[in-house]
Design a binder for this molecule. Structure first.
Ligand code: V47
Length: 411
């Protein structure tokens, strides 16, 4: 499961297929990668570049199916799409308020207005974050937060506008579909109008949060009040139609069953068939501490790797699968680069959603550390911007950068 470090740009598998023994007997990859026979129909489909269905997805979640077998298949697809490259970016987070009208049972970040935990950042504090980001060479600011019932849509627009005016080079990846849905409620404006106003104020793209699990059997238990699956899909469809690229996520490891996960992945795949606007999928492992579901055990590393591999195999039309190290932990994220993932997210600073939920990962990784983790996994590190263009750094001042070509991914 090593990347393509073999002659003539061959993958490890191609290399094996080309090797002959002393006795003239050809070693094929099938001999090395003997996978569980129940996976044969799936493996045949992968070889033939055919799409997997619900039944395939459910089989892959059967605990008796070895995770490593899924990893081998997912790794083939990962190398087919992204070669040996593994992406990361230099980014920071901004959660301008944690005050939120919703009470999603899985969320440890939200606060009531009058709680001592509640906060709202001033324009000065927001701009200071922008300044810090630029000084640190960030190409992206990831902006999400609570739905503050005393703040109007203009407050959210203004936040983007002041950042964009002061730091035009910084890509603002902001507001989930849940927030857009809230802005629709506040303004009574249609989705397209909201998104156009946000884009005019400086929005560059949208993160994938708020998707959780679309199926109402689960959504009604964990976040019954906020935008439902149909709304989430509608908002991302509208963004894609306007040319705004977005990401997508799935929150797993709480009350959902394998059926709900595969159903979620298929709904994302269907939208991607229609629009092609998703850039990356991020499976998000549930962190139970400090939430209304604190009795649930956190998913194991093997469940994380299984979910990464299944995502890569089911989502044949989404170019990137992100192993978000903040949530997975550094070791699992690094391993995930051989189980279907091709992206580690970024250096990250000021992340609160996972750290409020008890994540013990560091709050920041240096570029040197990320690149080392990637190289140690046998991959080639590539710094990208939010829209997956390569980033070239000035040798004398690393905070200065220019954009290169879009990375080569083939879905
Ligand atoms: O929507 C909230 C999840 C999401 C918890 O687009 C929790 O590049 C686990 O969407 N345990 C926000 N998960 C994070 C997110 C994201 C992260 C990184 C990159 C991108 C991207 C998007 O976090 C929420 C929710 O699904 N979440 N609470 C928790 N206790």
């Amino acid at each position: 499961m090593v990347g393509s470090t073999f002659p003539h740009g061959q993958s490890f598998r191609d290399h094996l297929d080309s090797v002959h023994t002393d006795r003239g007997c050809r070693i094929t990859s099938d001999m090395i990668y003997s996978i569980d026979p129940r996976l044969k129909p799936i493996s045949d489909k992968i070889e033939a570049r055919q799409r997997l269905d619900m039944e395939d997805g459910l089989l892959m979640y059967d605990p008796d199916i070895p995770v490593n077998d899924l990893g081998q298949l997912a790794n083939l697809v990962r190398e087919r799409i992204n070669g040996n490259d593994a992406y990361y970016n230099i980014n920071t987070h901004l959660n301008a308020t944690n005050v939120c009208v919703y009470r999603c049972i899985f969320c440890a970040f939200r606060s009531d207005l009058r709680s001592s935990k509640g906060y709202v950042m001033s324009d000065e504090q927001v701009l200071q974050r922008g300044q810090e980001a630029v000084k640190n060479g960030c190409t992206e600011m990831h902006i999400v937060g609570g739905l503050h019932h005393q703040k109007k849509f203009d407050w959210y627009l203004n936040l983007l506008q002041i950042l964009h005016d002061a730091y035009p080079q910084l890509h603002l990846k902001g507001w989930t579909a849940v927030e857009i849905n809230w802005f629709e409620f506040l303004t009574k404006l249609p989705t397209a109008e909201i998104l156009t106003q946000l884009e005019d104020a400086g929005l560059g793209s949208m993160p994938g949060g708020g998707a959780e699990i679309f199926h109402p059997e689960v959504r009604d238990q964990i976040c019954e009040h906020k935008a439902d699956g149909t709304n989430w899909i509608h908002i991302h469809r509208t963004a894609h139609q306007l040319g705004i690229r977005t990401n997508c996520t799935m929150l797993y490891g709480h009350v959902e069953k394998p059926f709900h996960r595969i159903d979620h992945l298929i709904r994302l795949r269907e939208l991607q068939d229609e629009t092609g606007g998703f850039q990356t999928f991020i499976p998000l492992a549930f962190h139970p501490e400090n939430t209304g579901l604190s009795h649930i055990k956190k998913p194991t590393a093997l469940m994380d790797l299984r979910t990464i591999a299944i995502s890569r195999l089911m989502l044949d039309n989404i170019p990137h699968i992100k192993a978000y190290w903040i949530m997975l932990g550094i070791g699992t994220a690094q391993t995930a680069l051989s189980y279907g993932a091709d992206d580690l997210d970024g250096t990250v600073r000021h992340e609160l959603i996972y750290h409020d939920a008890g994540a013990t990962t560091p709050e920041f990784l240096s570029v040197e550390r990320i690149e080392h983790l990637i190289r140690e996994a046998g991959r080639d590190p590539v710094e990208r911007d939010t829209l997956y263009r390569t980033v070239q750094r000035d040798d004398t001042d690393r905070s200065v950068w220019t954009l290169g070509e879009k990375v080569a991914s083939s879905v």
